[in-house]
Design a protein around this ligand. Structure first.
Ligand code: NAD
Ligand code: ZN
Length: 348
């Protein structure tokens, strides 16, 4: 697979990615190279990674899970960086899913005012989304990604080998972002719908990364077009936060799958998005993501969480909606009633 260029770093695939990494390490003469893993990526991914790296590494290990994407864990990472004597000439390699790449990027970018890091995403979601685009961050006060920075990795390596140990639930979570990319760009949408089940291949992964990269190249700091990537996320993030402390947590993808169904419905009401298309989107996503039982009495609480969303400005609930496949409208005000109706539509 041909590498993808961003303005400042490369997204490279498989062996050629690892060659670039070894060259980078050699050229930069890093004082230390440390690898950030969680319980699962230590178990499933670290051995694969160790086979390709030519330099001695130290390990920083954290607990796995979104509930650990917080300041407490960042403090632990900073402590380990200190103990391992990392300095500004050191390199941190984030080997893991979106939690690792977001939090590792943040820890590296803030430690001693910033050291180099690279991302090796090991989940489908982090391959097609989280590891690309230079957003780093952590959750704060139960709200998603409230604290963070924009920071470029030196390199991103996509190696599908890592996906072999990923659970089906996590694979589906990444698929939700692939599907989102197909809605906001209109490419690969028909291919995904034709299969009408969980389906992706190397080319779809590549295409999905290209879509995200192109948008980020145009608008890294999310002044306009990057907001397109938030389709499904205003409602999705609120649901993710809402379920975070419940027994039945949602994966990011599960939450935004619901978000995409609801926001397609709202798009129909406001921009006349074709109703047949809305139904196709709903049916496709419900085939893959089992319905989550939202309760009427919880609607208000979920909507309240939306007002903390970074996309919202001066208390208005702002949405990203579709006028058609690939035609996106940003900063659209939506009433609470219409949001509630969209939950009813999801449940119907
Ligand atoms: N920065 C961005 O632009 C951006 C974009 C999208 C999502 N995100 C963030 O990404 C996070 C979600 O990413 P995620 O779904 O990858 O979460 P994650 O990192 O929690 O990974 C999901 C689970 O899979 C495990 N895992 C990872 N790789 C594995 C492998 N190869 N084999 C077996 N298990 C493995 C992890 O330990 C974890 O339990 C969220 O925090 C979200 O906010 C960031
Ligand atoms: Zn997302």
């Amino acid at each position: 697979m041909k590498e993808i260029n961003t303005k400042t770093y490369k997204i490279a695939f498989g062996q050629s990615g690892y060659s670039l990494l070894n060259t980078l390490i050699e050229n930069n003469k890093y004082s230390k190279v440390s690898v950030l893993v969680d319980d699962n990526t230590e178990k499933f991914c670290l051995d694969i990674f160790k086979q390709i790296i030519n330099k001695e590494i130290s390990i920083i290990k954290i607990n796995s899970g979104e509930e650990f994407k917080n300041l407490g864990t960042v403090t632990k990472i900073w402590n380990d960086m200190t103990t391992q004597s990392l300095d500004r000439k050191s390199l941190l390699i984030n080997l893991g899913g979106g939690v690792i790449t977001d939090m590792g990027g943040f820890a590296a970018n803030t430690f001693k005012r910033g050291l180099d890091f690279i991302n090796i995403p090991t989940t489908l979601l982090s391959m097609v989304d989280a590891s690309v685009g230079s957003k780093t961050g952590i959750n704060f006060n139960n709200l998603k990604n409230q604290i963070g920075t924009f920071a470029d990795p030196k390199l991103v390596i996509i190696d599908e080998q890592y996906l072999e140990t990923l659970s089906e639930r996590e694979v589906k979570s990444g698929y939700a972002e692939i599907f989102k990319h197909s809605l906001i760009s209109a490419s690969i949408f028909n291919l995904l719908l034709e299969n009408n089940q969980l389906y992706f291949n190397e080319e779809i992964i590549n295409n999905s990364i290209e879509i995200k990269n192109k948008i980020v190249l145009d608008d890294k700091f999310e002044q306009n077009i990057r907001k397109n990537l938030n389709f499904g996320h205003t409602i999705g993030h609120a649901l993710e936060s809402y379920f975070l402390n419940k027994v039945n947590k949602l994966t990011h993808g599960e939450a935004i799958a619901i978000g995409m169904i609801c926001e397609s419905f709202i798009s129909n009401k406001i921009f006349n998005l074709n109703l047949e298309l809305v139904k196709k989107i709903k049916n496709h996503l419900l085939r893959i993501f089992p319905k989550v039982n939202l309760q009427h009495e919880n609607y208000e609480e979920i909507i309240k969480l939306m007002s903390f969303d970074k996309k919202n400005y001066l208390d208005k609930l702002k949405f990203v909606l579709l006028k058609d496949l690939g035609i996106v409208k940003i900063d659209v005000e939506v009433s609470e009633n219409l949001i509630k109706e969209s939950f009813d539509f999801y449940l119907s």
